[in-house]
Design a protein around this ligand. Structure first.
Ligand code: AMP
Length: 253
């Protein structure tokens, strides 16, 4: 049976209106509601469903981030993960943490934990990078099945349906492998109160990137972060004729 490592990132909640800091160095995170990255809930759910089908023996939820990343791990444990690993990275080190660093951490942990499957979200909704699955697979030299909307375990490996432009692609790959979860893979469950209580007793190991031999020195420097341009105000026209006349004027018809 497989051992699965799942990456769970703590991000600003999807429903929050994100604000840029006045000095343009980043976005305001203090006092802002954070949650598990929505695609990572889907990744955890898929691992749990595989465990329920007895295809998986243990689910390990990993989060790289400041102390509060433990809350995200607890959510994963309450949903059904077995244990957590918190790779503590905080302050300015976290501000400059990139998918390449996370990928190196996940690749090292996959080896240390003898995992044969890594599931991550297709992208983190804060940095929108969509790089971690691909780089983790490359570092491990494992096959990758990204943007998965259906995963079936077969005797020889995995059959994965992928969401691609204008359709679906079905691929087969051997295990060990890396999967990234797309929106339609499943509908994640809510943690029930008894499971939230049980999750408090599940173990979370705390380590640093250094313990894993991963250098998290920044590779890029953020020059500036800006709000998207404000939309121009529209105008109201009294009738269809005026609308058509205006469109002609503007060269749209
Ligand atoms: P990204 O490549 O940054 O868009 O992230 C893709 C996926 O990688 C996320 O959905 C997570 O599953 C995983 N991931 C990224 N950053 C972290 C992190 N700091 N801790 C744990 N998992 C992460």
């Amino acid at each position: 049976m497989s051992r699965v490592l799942v990456g769970v990132k703590r991000v600003i909640d999807y429903a929050v209106k994100v604000r840029v800091k006045p000095d343009k160095t980043g976005v305001v995170t203090d006092g802002v509601k954070h949650s598990m990255n929505p695609f990572d809930e889907i990744a955890i759910e898929e691992a749990i469903r595989m465990k329920e089908k007895k295809l998986v023996s243990e689910i390990i939820a990993v989060s790289c981030g400041p102390a509060q990343a433990q809350d995200t791990i607890r959510t994963a444990l309450a949903m059904g993960a077995d244990k957590g690993i918190h790779v503590e990275i905080s302050g300015s080190d976290y501000d400059t943490l990139q998918p390449i660093h996370v990928s190196k951490i996940l690749a090292k942990l996959a080896q240390d934990e003898k995992a044969d499957l890594v599931i991550v979200g297709k992208q983190a909704i804060d940095d929108d990078s969509n790089q971690t699955a691909q780089m983790t697979a490359a570092l491990l030299d494992w096959p990758q099945a990204t943007f998965a909307s259906k995963v079936d375990k077969t005797d020889s490996g995995l059959t994965v349906t992928r969401e691609i432009d204008g359709g679906l692609e079905t691929i087969k790959c051997k295990m060990p492998a890396v999967i990234s979860a797309d929106l339609r893979l499943n509908e994640p469950r809510y943690a029930t109160l008894p499971n939230i209580m049980k999750a408090k007793k599940k173990p979370i190991k705390k380590i640093t990137a250094k313990d894993l031999g991963v250098d998290t020195t920044a590779r890029i420097r953020v020059v500036s972060v800006e709000e998207p341009p404000v939309r121009q105000a529209g105008s109201i026209v009294p009738d269809v004729d005026t609308l058509i006349a205006k469109l002609k004027e503007g060269g749209h018809v």
